[in-house]
Design a protein. Sequence first.
Length: 375
Amino acid sequence: MTSDLVARIVESGDLSEQWTPTFERVPRENFIPEIIWDEERQAVHRADAPHRWNQLVCADAPVITQLDDGAETGPGYISSSASKPSIVAMMLEALDVAEGYRVLEVGTGTGWNAALLADRLGDERVTTVEVDPVLAEAARKALADAGYHPTVLCGDGMAGSPASAPYDRVIATAAVQRVPYAWVEQTRPGGRIVAPFGTAFHNGTLLRLTVHGDGSASGRFGGNVGFMWVRDQRTPHGAVEDRVRPEHDYTETTTEVHPYEPVADFDASFVVGLQVPDMKSTVVHDGEPAEGRFTVYLMDPDSGSWASWRVTPERVGGYRVRQHGPRMLFDELSAAYTWWQQTGRPAHTRLGLTMTAEGEHLLWVDEPGRVLSRG
């Protein structure tokens, strides 16, 4: 990673003086594979396009490193990436490590984050787990080539790594919709878990949990971060055409609610996603977005339910809403959005999560006693 990029991250406030020397010693480019993909999912080969490869790798932006879980052919879904350097810095700062701490990382990816941790804490204090065997082996090699030898395991990071527990810190570099209780069990009392957290509707924010002596953990959300999902918590992929079929019956109503806040506002959509599980959204524009004609599709892949929310500039008699299936997705969204408004439009930083010793998730507002939902 160039010194110029490090300087910019320091200037942004995401990188402290404790981490700056490590970022300078551990360049991200040493961990990026020879073939990556640009924003248009076009492959960029380092040997054939070194300037473009360098341009992508040295920017403060994520780099796509795998499509379709490594399948030779597929629709082109992103399945692994090297995270944006400023986000990596922000998460490591949130981890709040100190000399002598033992850290479990879930989601090795390219190995760069593990190298940063190993540089700061020492190889013997870092364990990293990667579910994809090809990525795990590539990361192991990149780490060794760079002179780092943390414990790199290939396996299900949702189960943690009990052999090296307890840990002082656990950090996930893939997003979760539910925090596995194994992470809490393997973290010492007073230890911390840092993980990107989101829903099918909203990906996502950063969750910081403190583990307590009674086997529970609690903490707040904060920060705008979006990551690849852990593989066993992904919402199934699928286009609108696959889920909204011409032969489907539906009910039709109108609404005065515009999608701007419940779909596009960070805080509102975060709350909606928490209260309306397993719901995805897709916006389809008619022509140019500036024309203001579009449809918001809400879909639950498991139940087959969907809703379409048609928006046009004329808005005669409200916006048309159609709903199909056992779940009335628009009604659920509308109720969650109304709750957010009536509760004072809380920022996502006012929300938190408690995991009980029984593994139950309690979502709350302002304080653990004000439970929003449980599951």
